[in-house]
Design a protein around this ligand. Structure first.
Ligand SMILES: Cc1ncc(COP(=O)(O)O)c(C=O)c1O
Length: 386
């Protein structure tokens, strides 16, 4: 037997833009890794303690398939308090992380050949998720000159009678852009007019820079939006694998039915952890978010003094997207150069789609002192050697 038994989509591995850079990084000492999107903080201790206490007390069983009722209710309360949005707990499905949630949403809505519009640069897995769910990813390139905001006319131009959904992500990985109210309203109108869903990845909703304000897309088109989010970033809980979908009850019901055949439900212990986190949201989240804001502000300010780099404005997320076009190198070659000459690992912009070419993504997922060391190294680079 050989791999011809695999489904045709996975017989040929996808191009892995990061593979070579990461392989090289693994063979080097003292690499400053600014590539991963995993906050370097441990999950706040009270969250861990609560989850362990519940587990010790016997919460070691399956929960209801759509998740712990008190967790779903806590999410409804949270959206009511934060955004004055009224959901009932049947509109919430607990998932094994936001990534699982997005895939479930796609599986739930796509028939073979249905189209999903993805503005890029975008979180890399979306395109593959659409394909795996049987759909066709339709890419819209956003422009750096426009801070990578979504141009509604560009989206409208890609809508066909097969279009089912648009995937957005705000604050954005990798660009750091936060959708403005007018951008959101424009997209909401378009979705309503064409009877489309907006799958809104809001995993970085807490990570906004001082003076910026996050609003969920659901505010502008509640019947057309599926909120996709989770606890990985807000409570530094990447390893617990806990996320959620919130949307129309008919869609959540169908997603629940599909999930029943996949993993049934998210881990009980992680659901307990998420429940505690939501009850103490600001106390758990603020120290982490404040640290990231400081790091990003420092990075942006420092890079503004390096004349061959141009950092994009950062409204939120945990990343800085940096224009490297003045170096004359493409993003993959520049990432290699940075690794070899300065021992700094970043993600080439091409990993986020062709619209990301000419950029690199720097994740502020290291302590400030480490980021300062990376900036010192950047300042000593002699680009003539590139
Ligand atoms: C935009 C975006 N969505 C989803 C995820 C994955 O979230 P989760 O850990 O909840 O699956 C990430 C992780 O980096 C992300 O950047």
């Amino acid at each position: 037997m050989d791999k011809s038994i695999l489904n045709k989509q996975v017989q040929q591995p996808n191009q892995n833009i990061l593979a070579n850079v990461c392989a090289m990084a693994a063979s080097m000492d003292d690499v400053i890794d600014l590539s991963v999107g995993d906050p370097n903080f441990k999950t706040p201790q009270p969250i861990i303690d609560f989850a362990f206490k519940k587990t010790s007390a016997g919460m070691t069983h399956y929960t209801a398939a759509n998740g712990l009722p008190e967790l779903r209710q806590a999410l409804c309360d949270y959206y009511q308090q934060q955004y004055s949005l009224v959901y009932n707990s049947d509109q919430v499905l607990i998932t094994v992380g936001a990534q699982h949630g997005m895939f479930l949403a796609l599986e739930t809505i796509l028939d073979p050949g249905d189209e999903v519009i993805i503005p890029q640069p975008s979180y890399s897995p979306y395109v593959n998720q659409v394909k795996l769910a049987g759909g066709k990813a339709v890419i819209v390139n956003c422009q750096a000159t426009n801070n990578f905001s979504i141009n509604t006319d560009d989206i409208a131009a890609k809508i066909t009678d097969r279009t089912k959904a648009i995937i957005i992500n705000t604050p954005n990985n990798p660009t750091g852009h936060l959708m403005t109210e007018s951008e959101m309203k424009g997209l909401a109108q378009l979705a309503i007019q064409h009877n489309l869903l907006i799958l809104s990845d809001e995993i970085y909703s807490d990570y906004v820079m001082p003076g910026k304000h996050f609003m969920t897309m659901a505010k502008y088109a509640p019947n057309n939006v599926v909120i996709n989010s989770g606890m990985s970033k807000c409570f530094a809980m990447t390893g617990w694998r806990l996320g959620y979908l919130i949307g129309p009850d008919w869609l959540i019901d169908a997603a629940n039915e599909i999930n029943d055949a996949i993993c049934y439900v998210a881990p009980t212990m992680s659901q307990e952890a998420a429940f505690y986190g939501l009850q103490h949201h600001d106390e758990m989240t603020n120290p982490i978010v404040n640290a990231f804001c400081k790091r990003l502000a420092y990075l942006k300010d420092s890079l503004d003094h390096i004349d061959w780099l141009t950092a994009m404005p950062v409204d939120g997320s945990i990343y800085l997207f940096v224009d490297i076009r003045k170096t004359g190198l493409n993003s993959v070659d520049f990432a290699n150069y940075l690794l070899q000459k300065a021992g700094i690992l970043v993600v080439p912009g091409l990993a986020f789609g062709p619209a990301g070419e000419g950029f690199i993504r720097i994740a502020a997922t290291q302590p400030l002192a480490t980021i300062q060391k990376a900036v010192q190294k950047l300042n000593t680079l002699d680009l003539k050697e590139a």
